[in-house]
Design a protein around this ligand. Structure first.
Ligand code: BTN
Length: 263
């Protein structure tokens, strides 16, 4: 079933995030459409939502499986007056909002993996792709794209992801309302964004750490040109991942892919 755009627009009317909601049946990528709208002047808080995507984008040039009728694919336009190097904090903020949305359905079962994965057990249920456009004086806008697997069944996942991905339905054992989850996600996102604008990154960082499932874990970080192992040592005040080597020396990681090592 498609989204009931009118009902969602009235539920979100006046909300900081989603107060302007554009619903589409199919787009190539909601991030691309949101970027196009932001370039044309779409205000902060605009949300582009699609029932399906034909070219859903993931991090590191990956694709995001986006079949119709079952999941959430949305992109949020933000225009924060922050230094460009703080833009990745938006990913962590969105991660906190998404984790709280999922926790309302699966209490105690969701954890965040730096920078953008939400896991239930060891399986990924949600991913976040943040793209920033610069202007002469700083950030022009940030697009935060969120893909949340809701009613997709295990058999529908591409074979490559069947053992590593999941959906809320698979975990909760029942179908869930995409509309209700969208409203909950937008409300939580708006609350965290308000808090961020008032008090800075520190409350987001604290909540992120309390929801993160990496404490005590050994990590392998893949960069474009190599990899490094270390122990998770938290996140820095700007959102960068901190890993400790054998001697306890800390290294900051601002981009890369983290794998939690087993055993
Ligand atoms: C990742 O985990 O690699 C990030 C996945 C982000 C997917 C979402 S779906 C909505 C938005 N539009 C896109 O093309 N990508 C993001």
């Amino acid at each position: 079933m498609l989204f009931d755009a009118g009902a969602l627009q009235s539920r979100l009317a006046g909300c900081r995030i989603g107060g302007r909601l554009h619903c589409a049946e199919t787009v190539d990528s909601t991030n691309r459409v949101a970027m196009e709208r932001a370039r044309a002047g779409a205000p902060e808080g605009t949300v582009v939502l699609a029932d399906s995507q034909t070219a859903g984008r993931g991090r590191l040039q990956r694709s995001w499986q986006s079949p119709p009728g079952c999941n959430l694919y949305l992109s949020v336009v933000l225009r924060p007056a922050i230094p460009p190097h703080d833009a990745p904090q938006m990913t962590l903020l969105a991660g906190v909002a998404a984790a709280e949305t999922i926790a309302a359905v699966l209490p105690g079962r969701v954890r965040i993996k730096w920078p953008n994965d939400l896991l239930v057990g060891d399986r990924k249920v949600c991913g976040i792709l943040t793209e920033t456009r610069m202007a002469a004086g700083g950030i022009d806008f940030v697009i935060v794209g969120i893909g949340l697997n809701i009613n997709m069944r295990r058999a529908e996942f591409a074979a490559a992801h069947r053992e590593t991905a999941t959906s809320l339905c698979e975990e909760a054992g029942r179908e869930l309302s995409r509309g209700e989850l969208l409203v909950s996600l937008c409300e939580r996102f708006g609350q965290w964004y308000d808090r961020y604008l008032r008090y800075g990154f520190s409350p987001v960082r604290e909540r992120w750490l309390s929801r993160c499932g990496m404490a005590g874990e050994r990590l392998r970080i893949r960069f474009g040109d190599g990899e490094q192992e270390g122990a998770f040592a938290g996140i820095d005040h700007d959102g960068a991942l901190l890993i400790a080597d054998e001697q306890g020396a800390l290294r900051r990681v601002t981009a890369g892919d983290a794998t939690i090592m087993k055993g």
